[in-house]
Design a protein around this ligand. Structure first.
Ligand code: FPP
Length: 236
């Protein structure tokens, strides 16, 4: 029996730089092409009935890139969150951001907070944007949060189980069913390690700006053919 569409999809949007290079253009061209693609792709993913989408937009380690590229990306995020995601507001999408605020420019934080506020009461879909995000950092922050709750007497050490840990991550989201990383690289690179414990993985060769609606549908077909056992045995 084929699987239903995944509830929670994660996309590691990789290959913008190589896409630009393949066309003899600067890396910024690739990021802009990635952003343009993302807008179309989000609309398509909504149409496919995926309830929750997590995007790896900028990792904590991406700050190691040249200042010029980091500055370009930060400006692009502000433009995207301020103007280009307007369609989300009409579509019952709650926008959330995962990651540390420290280190992000003020205007990026303001743009994130604005769209989070504008969409906070939306219920049907969730778009979780991982920005200045690292999964090991998230797990570290969650440890600290839980330890404080124990120290304050809000919970006992015996209350700590995987459910409680999941609920104390940056966002309380369903587990990832399907993780896609474009550009042929086969790594998680510190993306939602806890949440992807039982996820299926897919590594298309195309660069993110080329990962269009048809490529996404191909990915969904691959997912639906997978046999998920969660450590048990197949029923059929
Ligand atoms: C990885 O490709 C991509 C990024 C670090 C940036 C992702 C950003 C976008 C797709 C822009 C829009 C995003 C949002 C959420 C508004 P890379 O630069 O590492 O590519 P390379 O490995 O080929 O160098």
């Amino acid at each position: 029996m084929k699987l239903e569409v995944p509830t929670h999809v994660g996309i590691i949007m990789d290959g913008n730089g190589r896409y630009a290079k393949s066309l003899g253009k600067p890396r910024s061209y690739g990021h802009k092409a990635g952003a343009d693609n993302l807008k179309k792709l989000c609309k398509h993913i909504l149409k496919r009935g995926i309830k929750c989408l997590s995007l790896y937009a900028f990792s904590t380690d991406n700050f190691k890139r040249p200042k010029e590229e980091v500055d370009y990306l930060m400006k692009l995020f502000v433009t995207m969150f301020t103007n280009n995601f307007d369609f989300l507001k009409k579509e019952e999408v709650k926008v959330l951001f995962s990651g540390r605020k420290e280190g992000l420019p003020e205007d990026v934080i303001a743009a994130c907070e604005k769209i989070e506020k504008q969409t906070q009461n939306k219920q049907k879909y969730t778009l979780n944007i991982c920005l200045n995000y690292g999964s090991q950092e998230e797990i570290t922050d969650t440890f600290k949060k839980i330890i404080k709750q124990i120290q304050n007497g809000q919970i006992d050490i015996e209350d700590v189980d995987k459910n409680l840990i999941s609920k104390n991550l940056y966002q309380d989201l369903p587990p990832l069913d399907f993780v896609i990383r474009t550009s042929g690289e086969k790594r998680l690179s510190n993306f939602m390690l806890w949440q992807s414990s039982y996820a299926e993985f897919y590594f298309p060769k195309c660069y993110f700006p080329e990962f269009d609606e048809a490529e996404f549908d191909k990915a969904l077909d691959v997912y639906r053919e997978r046999k998920r056992r969660f450590g048990g045995l197949n029923k059929n």
